[in-house]
Design a protein around this ligand. Sequence first.
Ligand code: XMP
Length: 526
Amino acid sequence: MGGRPTIPPASSDVKDELVLVLDFGSQYAQLIARRVREQHVFCQIVRHDISAEEIRQRAPRGLILSGGPASVYQPGAPRCDERLFQLGIPVLGICYGMQLACSLLGGQVRSAPAREYGRAVCHLHDNHPLWNGLPQELEVWMSHGDQVVRVSDQFIPLAHTETCPIAAVAHRQLPVFGLQFHPEVSHTPRGSHILRNFLMHICGCHGTWLLSDFAEQTIQAIRQRVGHSRVICGLSGGVDSSVTAALLYRAVGSQLSCILVNNGLLRKNEQQMVVEQFSSHFQTDLHVVEAEERFLSALAGVTDPQEKRRIIGREFIECFREEARRIPDARFLAQGTLYPDVIESGSAPGGPAATIKLHHNVGGLPAELGFELIEPLRDLFKDEVRRLGLDLGLPEELIWRHPFPGPGLAVRCLGEVTRERLAILREADAIVVEEIRRAGLYRQTAQAFAVLLPVHSVGVMGDARTYEQAVVIRCVNSDDFMTADWSRLPYDLLARISSRIINEVQGVNRVCYDISSKPPATIEWE
Ligand code: XMP
């Protein structure tokens, strides 16, 4: 996406209380940013090596140095620009961030005698502003191999645990603080309170960032930018594209044209549902492209997952391009890119991560389409997008819908994708979702769906031998979809799903339950 024009920051006052999280490769960097935003302070994640000069220009109220997997003295360990400590901006180092701050400012870091991982009781030493309103003993979550063993006179130790003599520090002259434990995780029950103390009492924030203001500012900014031109928005039925369309509709009303491509790989009744929801919320132009035939012919005979994704991505872009040409004066393209998609953080300091799947670019649109891009959600996390969608009046059912991959049922129909096999998968999938909803477990699970395997197995129905296909139920719990665990569904529910699929879906005589977590498996099968 690099280099394409995107919507400019809405207005400076929305983000005037900015806090930056410098990411040293922590699995928790996004969580830190979300915790800060929960205190109504706008927060962004940046690379760990951002220059002090850039920080100064962005004028944040505070900096948080995240944790990270490295050891401070390891060759090539990620560092920050040391000059940032002299900017007069409060800095909070967490775990690796604390070790780095201490080592750069004269402390000593050593490997802990035993790697400390898990709950600990932390004793707070005095009435420091970081501890405002907290009891003297706190339950905290530790996860580190190294710890700070000695700090120069410049630092005051603020807390200890049984095995960690310096669990928190403050610099005597500079506004630099450190926590060896993780305040951002739920296992540190008062962690948000500590972050709040840092933000309000040390950084001087007031917590003025509100999602509703953000939406209003974004709508104004879109209006100004778009003028009298037309904006195109692709609809998929998912949360992100729906909220994008809703924001755009609020901003430019009938100047919005939406495109829905029916690629033949949608779930049962999906197209109908999107069209109905669309018509009840927007009085604007909707183009439905009927492209089932086109996608299925392009996919004929293809079994390789990456090849499927490539074909679907290519056909989608072509369909979209052809339809967009029919929309006169279209100058802008709105996309539901979210903040996690745009963070350029320290999580991959060594270079590009391995390509596991040709992923989220499937269902995205390339720069060559020639539109100016509007990405009104690019500063938001998924939970914020959901809240915004509800504020904009979108129905709960849509807002809490499980994510669905761009390549659709094709990556759940293992082996060849044919109309007949898709019909089987669609029916089985609808049963899985219906039963999980009926059991009241839909909101608790992150994703639940059916997968059709390219194998036949022997069964017996009535008195006859059958030789039919197998369906897998995949149901996972996950916070961020980077990791996931299989859901411990009740046996009765699994039994009901299995017997309904075998009885109601012709062509299936066996149902399995996928009990793999991610990693090492992935959520989708292809
Ligand atoms: P995996 O299978 O890698 O999936 O564990 C993680 C999440 O991403 C979704 N997914 C996709 N989303 N286009 C998308 O928009 C894609 O090509 C795609 N592939 C997987 C998947 O459903 C899960 O939520």
